[in-house]
Design a protein around this ligand. Structure first.
Ligand code: MBD
Ligand code: FE
Length: 282
């Protein structure tokens, strides 16, 4: 798996940027001039307040300019925004939901992953490293109705912390799939446990992290989108109890309701994690 370890910030960053720009879902949002003025003024004021209160120098101002230019050159705007801002957007978006908690999507979702009925095994290499994980549970509505044929999209990093399509040397759909629950809303997906994920260190985001003395890690996580006809789509992530960085996720996206407590087989080689999803009506 040597090739994966050569993943470069600019490679994954530029792919995330390209992919994002292909997504035109927001292209027709109507501009509300008063709202734009209000929000833009607040953001500009927050930056000016920081400069005045911290007595920012010209040297520091020029470092900021160079760093923002690097952010674009590295293609890391999606990474920067998803790590340090998306969690607040998600909080607003899901504030009225009663079902399963959402959390951020992050920069590495790819739509239209190969679809299978469950029980199913996600696409992986014949010699895929990592602890085999049986991930299963029920999908219901908030009123308890089982949601037959619910659709579960799952994507996650491999045992070395790399995502297919964003790190070199991985099959296109490795550890990505779309799964259809059965007629009782039960799903069962066989995969491997992901490793914690480290934000690319040599790009603009990594530069900030090391300059500030922070760490660049996210706890190991599964990314999931769940929906069913007539129900809201929820985008979320699931984490692993006892794993590293659960209390210090660089992206601030961990919620206690989203932590799995897998059981291990008697010989310790296989993990089993059950999680029930609950959807809000559309
Ligand atoms: C990830 O895998 C991720 O989930 C987020 C939020 C940011 C960067 C990489
Ligand atoms: Fe992720």
């Amino acid at each position: 798996y040597e090739a994966e370890t050569t993943a470069k910030a600019a490679e994954s960053g530029n792919k995330a940027t390209e992919r994002f720009l292909q997504n035109t879902a927001f292209a027709n949002v109507q501009a509300d001039q008063a709202r734009i003025s209000r929000i833009a003024s607040r953001v500009i004021k927050a930056m000016n307040d920081a400069v005045i209160e911290e007595e920012v120098t010209y040297d520091e101002y020029n470092i900021l300019k160079a760093w923002l230019i690097k952010m674009g050159n590295d293609g890391e705007w999606p990474l920067f925004l998803d790590v340090w801002l998306e969690h607040s957007v998600e909080a607003v978006h899901n504030s009225a939901k009663k079902g399963t908690k959402g959390t951020i999507e992050g920069p590495y979702y790819v739509p239209n992953a190969p679809q299978q009925n469950t029980p199913a095994t996600i696409e992986m290499r014949a010699d895929e490293p990592g602890t085999p994980l049986k991930f299963h549970g029920n999908v219901t509505a908030v009123d308890g109705t089982p949601l037959k044929n619910a659709v579960i999209e799952l994507w996650h990093a491999d045992d070395l912390g790399f995502y297919s399509q964003y790190a070199p040397g991985l099959p296109e759909w490795n550890l990505r799939g779309t799964f259809i629950a059965d007629e009782n809303g039960y799903y069962e997906i066989h995969t491997v446990q992901p490793a914690p994920y480290q934000i690319p260190t040599e790009g603009a985001c990594g530069q900030l992290i090391s300059a500030a003395g922070w760490h660049a890690w996210r706890p190991a996580h599964l990314h999931i989108k769940v929906t069913a006809p007539g129900y809201d789509l929820i985008t979320t992530q699931l984490y692993f109890d006892g794993g590293d960085y659960l209390d210090s996720d660089v992206a601030g996206a961990v919620k206690p309701e989203l932590v799995l407590r897998p059981t291990l087989s008697a010989d310790g080689t296989n993990a089993d994690a059950k999680y029930d999803f609950v959807l809000d009506p559309a």
